[in-house]
Design a protein around this ligand. Structure first.
Ligand code: 5GP
Ligand code: MG
Length: 179
């Protein structure tokens, strides 16, 4: 796997240090709020496992799995493959996501969850690529691990063809690895 990586963008140590910082902020934010922490599968799994252990408040875990289909007009539609099962009405919900890219999937998830009338709904994303945002997406993440440039990254949960998720860092693939 390592031989396919052109450049390490975020090291394991950088990621863990940032999670530690975010953990302190989220622990304060969600103290006495009994939140539901919702992970967006599959890319979030590694971040989720590390992040949740730094949010030191009683909380419940749940997951959603969605997939995006880009139409030719680039209005991507999103399909729910696995919905949340926790009743979130009047609950404080924190969405954890791996990457905020075009904003297509997070916008969908945000609207989908708002219909269930949570007491609050916030977004924490490990990575944010604001340069990729689709026009019309006004949604913003409340907590961002790292703002990154427009490059396709893998590792720390993020995949290419389902591979590379288990790399402990975030890196850029060599062009020849896309074959
Ligand atoms: P969206 O475009 O809806 O914001 O992001 C949809 C999904 O595309 C993300 O949750 C993530 O799974 C995937 N994605 C977006 N950018 C990247 C990237 O740079 N690398 C990888 N591996 N996946 C990405
Ligand atoms: Mg994702």
């Amino acid at each position: 796997m390592e031989k396919d990586i052109q450049e390490v963008m975020l090291t394991e140590a950088q990621i863990q240090a940032r999670i530690e910082e975010l953990g302190k902020i989220l622990t304060e934010e969600y103290r006495d709020k009994n939140p539901v922490v919702l992970g967006v599968l599959k890319g979030v799994v590694i971040f989720y496992a590390d992040m949740i252990r730094k949010i030191n408040v009683p909380c419940q875990m749940d997951f959603m799995w969605v997939s995006s289909y880009e139409g030719t007009d680039s209005t991507g539609s999103v399909v729910v493959k696995r919905d949340i099962t926790t009743d979130i009405k009047d609950r404080h919900v924190l969405i954890l996501e791996d990457i905020f890219d075009t904003g297509n999937s997070l916008s969908f998830i945000y609207d989908h969850l708002m219909k269930k009338e949570p007491a609050s709904l916030k977004i924490c994303t490990l990575l944010d690529k604001p340069s990729r945002r689709k026009p019309g997406v006004t949604l913003q993440a409340d907590y961002v691990g790292f703002t990154i440039p427009n490059a396709f990254v893998v590792g720390y949960g993020l995949d290419y063809n389902e591979y590379y998720r288990n790399l402990p860092y975030v890196g850029i693939l060599k062009p020849e690895a896309y074959t």
